[in-house]
Design a protein around this ligand. Sequence first.
Ligand SMILES: Cc1cc2nc3c(=O)[nH]c(=O)nc-3n(C[C@H](O)[C@H](O)[C@H](O)COP(=O)(O)OP(=O)(O)OC[C@H]3O[C@@H](n4cnc5c(N)ncnc54)[C@H](O)[C@@H]3O)c2cc1C
Length: 335
Amino acid sequence: MHPSATALLNRLLVRGKFRHIQVLLKLAELGSIQRTAESIGTTQSAVTQTLAYLEQMLETPLFHRHARGVQPTLACIELLPVGRQLLEGLFESAEVIRLEDHTAFTRGGSVTADHTIIAVDKLKGDISPLADEVFHAQTFLSISEPLTDKDLVRLFPSGKQMQCWDSKLVYTYFRLTGDNRLLVGGGTAITTYLKEAYNNHRIISRVIRQFKKHFPFLEDLAFIQFWPGLIDATRDLLPIIVRPPDQPHLHFVLGSVGLPWAAFTGGFAARNVLGEADEDYKKYYRYFSNRRHFVLPSGLVKIIGKPLMFSLSNGWAKFYQVDHHRKHEEKKGEF
Ligand SMILES: Cc1cc2nc3c(=O)[nH]c(=O)nc-3n(C[C@H](O)[C@H](O)[C@H](O)COP(=O)(O)OP(=O)(O)OC[C@H]3O[C@@H](n4cnc5c(N)ncnc54)[C@H](O)[C@@H]3O)c2cc1C
């Protein structure tokens, strides 16, 4: 007979670490050491070692090994719900509520580090006054049922898939998922700049109607789900990356609109922290400074309010902003 779930839990609480619980849950979910290693960014041998350590610590087998993967034992199945609760508890107590010198405090504890990159959304003013530089744009995303082969050919006649968007201030965009569903996103001029989150299906229904006007052959395509959300953005839509002069151990990365920007800004901050950035690469600090030229001063927000401030600056940036940092070099033979 295996030890009771309570006994296993007690052992796990005394000696278990976050990584142990993560491996346990992922192995049970994916049933494969290789896929577990891939999903948490480690090696197969690290997963195997963690599993061996866990089984030794809990003094019971947790998975049956077979040719096609692993299958949880009864003891493991009983342990999974408490493992999930532990992880949720960790997640809920991970919010940074205060920064002091090199230490970030959460409700559950604190972390001290030589360098910290703060790349959170909806930054609060009590963590940094840079919170005033961040605006929120309301957006909606919807997903369709899979397209037929015929519709696919009509939508992408060249056979190449691409992400497409229009040139309006609040643009509508669409692209395909791996299983040939359409993702259509967008919003409306008014709701995009609303101060608070606004969750109403009429907005995305309108975006979809407009989209279908351009592609009447998709009239009967059903959109099965939508998600509303507030995206952090700066006034000119370029991210802000700041290493405050009086806190050089901190990097604030704010307003990265879209996943490509988020990947770049996080990578940029990390390369600088790790000392991998050369002087040429460091020039981007100037581009992303919170003190770069914005057409309207941030103080104006107190008079005209965030929505108007955001939409005016955003509109100006979209149509008139020029890259002043790049020196124009005349090419040979250019007139
Ligand atoms: C409905 C919707 C559809 C979108 N569609 C697309 C799309 O199709 N393509 C695209 O490129 N982009 C899309 N985006 C935008 C994209 O999701 C964001 O621009 C991108 O996720 C920003 O990445 P980020 O890492 O800067 O911030 P986030 O992804 O917002 O991550 C910030 C993290 O910080 C955490 N956090 C916040 N405060 C704290 C704190 N105090 N302590 C600890 N952690 C904290 C949050 O929990 C969160 O996990 C969409 C957004 C929405 C809402």
